[in-house]
Design a protein around this ligand. Structure first.
Ligand SMILES: Nc1ncnc2c1ncn2[C@@H]1O[C@H](COP(=O)(O)OP(=O)(O)OP(=O)(O)O)[C@@H](O)[C@H]1O
Length: 440
């Protein structure tokens, strides 16, 4: 069923259009502000967003750009008064599918929605099929709101950003979102895994080389910095760079020039640097393993990607997101998770964070034979460390309690009133516990 988000502060109009579209088999959610729309978009996937150009908090163009950056496959149709037609035309340039003028004629809007659904942008579809869909899900926890606010603040600047956080917590996703929200968004985003580059090749990979510079250099090579010119370079696992490369990197960043290996010519580059680490870089600095000057150069602004343990409220949001992606990728139709599975998800520590959850949900979607994912569909280690941890605690508590009761009874020559006093519980509770442990 086509899912539509309707954004307009005219509540009567919303209700009227929602009823009209629902009768035609569309699933419609309505919200009355840009902020509420962004919230809904983090929790649900919409095929089409229908938004008024004038909203009480922000304008529809702001919302449009936001949607295009985070949910590129969602089509946006703007609704606008006559005087706004010029802006509406501009909105098409910003990626809107179409616009309709107000007062809206339902048949007209129906036609546009059908066209929008039929024509889901082929270029974008190709992108989502070949690469992983990088639609950034924000989450609804307070911590996620704060992180998102920082991302939005720093994105339009030229500041370098250092993202810290556990493995799989979304550091690269944050970097991509910063890039997409910056003036460099039309330039390249080059992601470099610093841990995967052999030490001997690092200079050539970063700065390029000329033909014949060393054995195996059979042709000129452009390095990452020049390739990323006009855009953003994402240096992942920055703590893995050798000391020599750190020195060369610092010089390159200060001079905004690189010299390819074997060449005398310097090449200018214009790149914003975002780096990430899941190590304690300040410790590496204190131990002399990471240059302090480079650390400060890369850390004009720092962000911490949240582990799943720090945002338990977001667990359901992400689980549903990965479920809908897995349904799409595997051509399945699983509706959701059994309550027990959600409880297990909430108790589990998720050491691999979002990446681990994505994999767990995808596997479960594949295995699932019913409408809802059950505990049989999820890996044993989740069950072992979540439910059983709780069971462990309760069985240990019971064992201790039983020992204490036996000890108290022995001390009081089986006098239950005295034993209860000793245990600081009332007599009735002691009788209940004795019954529970079959000691009567
Ligand atoms: N905000 C997000 N919205 C939706 N999915 C996300 C988000 N962040 C991360 N993911 C999912 O988690 C996976 C891992 O994220 P990412 O590669 O950004 O983590 P990372 O912290 O850079 O990992 P590593 O420490 O291994 O480099 C992504 O491929 C994606 O599937």
């Amino acid at each position: 069923m086509t899912k539509i988000l309707l954004v307009d502060d005219d509540t009567t109009f919303c209700l009227m259009l929602k009823t009209w579209l629902s009768k035609r088999n569309f699933e419609v959610d309505e919200v009355f502000s840009c902020e509420a729309a962004l919230k809904s978009l983090t929790a649900h996937q919409y095929d089409v967003v229908l938004t008024d150009l004038r909203l009480p908090d922000k304008d529809g163009i702001f919302l449009l750009k936001n949607i295009k950056a985070t949910h590129p496959a969602t089509q946006v149709i703007l609704m606008t008064g006559y005087a706004d037609i010029q802006t509406a035309v501009e909105s098409i340039k910003a990626g809107a599918f179409d616009y309709v003028s107000k007062p809206v004629i339902p048949e007209e809007i129906l036609k546009k929605i059908e066209d929008a659904v039929a024509k889901k942008n082929p270029a974008i579809q190709q992108k989502t099929e070949t690469k992983e869909d990088i639609s950034y899900i924000k989450g609804t926890s307070e911590q996620a709101d704060k992180l998102y606010e920082y991302i939005q603040l720093v994105a339009p600047t030229q500041m370098t950003v250092l993202i810290t956080g556990e493995s799989g917590s979304g550091k690269e996703y944050i970097a991509r979102l910063i890039h997409e929200r910056s003036k460099r968004k039309n330039g390249p985003f080059v992601a470099v895994d610093c841990g995967a580059i052999p030490k001997e090749l690092a200079a050539s990979e970063f700065f390029g080389h000329i033909k014949g510079a060393f054995t195996g250099a059979v042709s000129d090579k452009t390095g990452y910095f020049v390739s990323a010119s006009g855009g953003t370079i994402f240096l992942d696992e920055i703590g893995n760079l050798s000391y020599e490369i750190q020195v060369q990197l610092l010089r390159a960043l200060e001079e905004r020039k690189v010299k390819p290996v074997g060449s005398n010519k310097e090449i200018d580059f214009d790149v914003r640097i975002i780096s990430a680490t899941n190590e304690n870089l300040t410790k590496a600095v204190a131990e002399g393993k990471f240059r302090e000057d480079l650390y400060h150069r890369l850390n004009e602004f720092s962000l911490k990607a949240l582990s799943l343990r720090e945002r338990p409220e977001d667990i359901i949001v992400f689980a549903n997101h990965f479920l809908s992606k897995s349904n799409e990728e595997l051509d399945k139709n699983v509706i959701g998770f059994e309550d027990k599975v959600i409880r297990i998800f909430k108790k589990y520590a998720w050491p691999g964070n979002l990446r681990e959850m994505r994999n767990v949900v995808k596997r479960a979607t594949l295995l699932c034979k019913t409408a809802f994912i059950t505990e049989n569909d999820i890996p044993a280690e989740l069950l072992a460390t979540s439910e059983n941890t709780a069971d462990d605690f309760s069985s240990r508590r019971e064992k201790n309690e039983l020992e204490l009761i036996k000890e108290a009874l022995a001390k009081c020559n089986n006098n239950k009133s005295e034993a209860a006093r000793l245990l600081k519980i009332d007599r009735k509770t002691l009788y209940n516990r004795l019954k529970h442990y079959s000691l009567e």
